[in-house]
Design a protein around this ligand. Structure first.
Ligand code: SF4
Length: 273
């Protein structure tokens, strides 16, 4: 059963160059980078049988501190022609990484030459030229955390990204209201984390599937490292495929159309009764 994954996250590192006390939902930083073997297992098409991953995001810690893992992921996607449609990450904007720009620029070339033609198939031929222009260079984005909780972003760093990453989209978080914070890790304000079900509508896995730096699957992308570890400890990527994990976490409110998924919902209901 080949599923479409709306959103997949990879926690490439738990290192960070800041300490946002009173705010950081991760809690204390850790000296831990993801192993490339976990990235291989996550993206292996023969093992996971995905139709495509619509959005792959790199998370941390501060993800630019492990640009090697990001470049490794991009090289894997390109060399194996994997159906990954979009890449993004959020950074505190204090580090300029040439390797990250190289990775995202490389991915953009791949996106323009391999992914855009796949996307265009859905369009009637008369609309394809216009759609192609709209899709061009929309393969990756970097968002800078310029909210009131982080140290101010370095102008020098920003300028380097803008100058060298001309095919990358850039954005800013802007100021964040207190209700947008998460009460976890160092943060004592904001909303609680809730719900660990994965909803699947038709063939589409709607919720984020997150791979921690320890190589475990989580249906949460947010929360402290301790919380992620506790809730993901039984779901190692070594033992679970993407598909197996989603079925394990399948939500009863989703409406899967595939008979196998319908069966899973029914089994889950029986277990609860
Ligand atoms: S909020 Fe982000 S930048 Fe700040 S300490 Fe946490 S991971 Fe690092």
């Amino acid at each position: 059963m080949d599923l479409i994954y709306n959103s997949v996250g990879i926690e490439v590192t738990r290192r960070c160059n800041q300490q946002c006390h009173n705010y950081c939902m991760r809690g204390a930083r850790q000296n831990l980078d993801i192993s490339f073997e976990y990235i291989d297992l996550l993206l292996d098409l023969g093992r996971n049988h995905y139709q495509y991953i619509d959005h792959l995001t790199f998370s941390g810690g501060e993800p630019t501190l492990n640009a090697e893992a990001i470049l490794y992921t991009v090289d894997k996607i390109i060399s194996e022609k994997l159906p990954v449609f979009y890449l993004s990450l959020m950074t505190n904007g204090l580090i300029y990484s040439d390797m990250l720009v190289e990775a995202f620029e490389k991915f953009n070339d791949y996106y323009n030459s391999v992914i855009v033609p796949i996307k265009l198939v859905k369009y009637p031929s008369k609309d394809r030229e216009r759609a192609k222009t709209l899709f061009k260079d929309k393969g990756s984005s970097i968002v800078f955390s310029n909210d009131q909780y982080h140290q101010p972003i370095s102008d020098e760093v920003l300028n380097l990204y803008y100058r060298n990453g001309q095919h990358i989209s850039f954005g800013m978080t802007g100021l964040r209201a207190e209700k947008d914070l998460l009460r976890s890790g160092f943060s004592t304000k904001g909303r609680e984390i809730c719900g660990d079900d994965i909803r699947i509508f038709g063939d589409l896995v709607w919720d984020l599937v997150y791979l921690t730096a320890k190589g475990n699957f989580s249906s949460y992308g947010d929360g402290s490292f301790d919380f992620l570890d506790e809730t993901s400890k039984d779901f190692s990527v070594v033992d679970y495929t993407l598909n197996d994990f989603c079925i394990e976490k399948l939500s009863l409110v989703s409406k899967p159309s595939h008979p196998v998924l319908k069966n899973c919902v029914q089994k889950k209901i029986k277990k609860l009764v």
